[in-house]
Design a protein around this ligand. Structure first.
Ligand code: PAF
Length: 289
């Protein structure tokens, strides 16, 4: 596994991989890697021959400076996990390399009006800008993102379509702990009681999937039932329980043909998100969560 710190190094290593006829798969991360990240590399490896990962804690996407300084960092550990996962090149840029008097930003209109976009001003502008820059540095064939951050993934699909980036976004399934909690670097901030209570999120998605399997199609009925199951875990705050259309992430009344049930809730001071994609297939619904 190679490690690069400059854009020039990345470009020359990737040129050499392309010259060998290898397709480039890319997994952007902010480090503190867990199984969720390595599953993205596995997904990428199914489709491409050379795996690139970036590790960069992107200050621009943190709307809360405390959240940025508290973000866990452990590069040595990350490099060994990446090596183990079969990554070929890790790009670890500094702030200086990524942002030198940056004046250009990427915003995706409409798709950031609801869900986390409404609660974290400036967050997605930071995400889309850094990912757009990374795409132009790495020039991958595919880039893989986790379903857990669904607004990020769908927003990036739109950015790639609108700005004609020559690559495909792949959305990989959420990886969960055995008890259903979605993997996240934030989980380490939960104490035992908060972690136990947070399991209501997964239970609420299961409840929604059961309702849909027995014919429920109303977004408000599903959201209300989800709210009731969440309440059993006494979240310290619920930011949202929403059902939105998959393509533009606008609220809908009914779940057809493809929509997303998305949840954000606090347990203690830790904000957790999770979601389920609901897609009509031959008059039945696939619930992916
Ligand atoms: O999902 C993340 O870890 C970050 O938002 C990303 C895509 C690496 C951009 O900084």
């Amino acid at each position: 596994m190679k490690t690069a710190h400059t854009i020039e190094e990345v470009r020359s290593i990737i040129r050499a991989a392309r010259a060998e006829g290898r397709g480039i798969g890319f997994v952007p991360t902010m480090g503190y890697l867990h199984r969720g990240h390595t599953s993205l590399v596995e997904e990428s490896r199914k489709k491409t021959g050379f795996q690139v990962m970036s590790i960069f804690v992107n200050k621009m996407q943190f709307n809360d400076p405390k959240d940025f300084s508290n973000y866990p960092r452990d590069l040595e550990r990350d490099l060994s996990i990446a090596r183990e996962a079969g990554v070929d090149l890790v790009f670890v840029p500094t702030d200086e390399v990524m942002y030198r008097d940056q004046r250009t930003c990427v915003d995706v209109d409409l798709l950031t009006d609801h869900l986390c976009g409404a609660h974290r001003p400036g967050h997605f502008r930071g995400v889309f800008t850094v990912v757009g820059k990374l795409f132009n540095i790495v020039l991958p064939d595919i880039a893989v993102f986790g379903q857990k951050d669904i607004q990020q993934a769908v927003g990036l699909e739109k950015m790639v379509a609108d700005l004609n980036f020559p690559l495909k976004i792949v959305i990989a399934p959420t990886v969960r702990e055995d008890d259903g909690l979605a993997m996240s670097s934030r989980n380490r901030h939960l104490n035992a009681d908060e972690r136990h209570r947070a399991l209501c999120i997964h239970r609420s998605l299961k409840k929604a999937a059961e309702m849909i399997a027995s014919g429920e199609r109303s977004a408000s009925n599903i959201s209300e039932a989800v709210g009731r199951v969440l309440a059993e875990g006494s979240p310290d705050k619920i930011d949202y329980v929403s059902v939105v259309r998959y393509g533009d992430l606008q609220p809908v009344d009914g779940i057809s043909p493809k929509s997303v049930l998305a949840i954000a809730a606090f347990f203690g001071s830790t904000r957790l998100i999770d979601n389920m994609i609901m897609e009509e297939r031959d008059e039945k619904f696939a619930c992916i969560y």
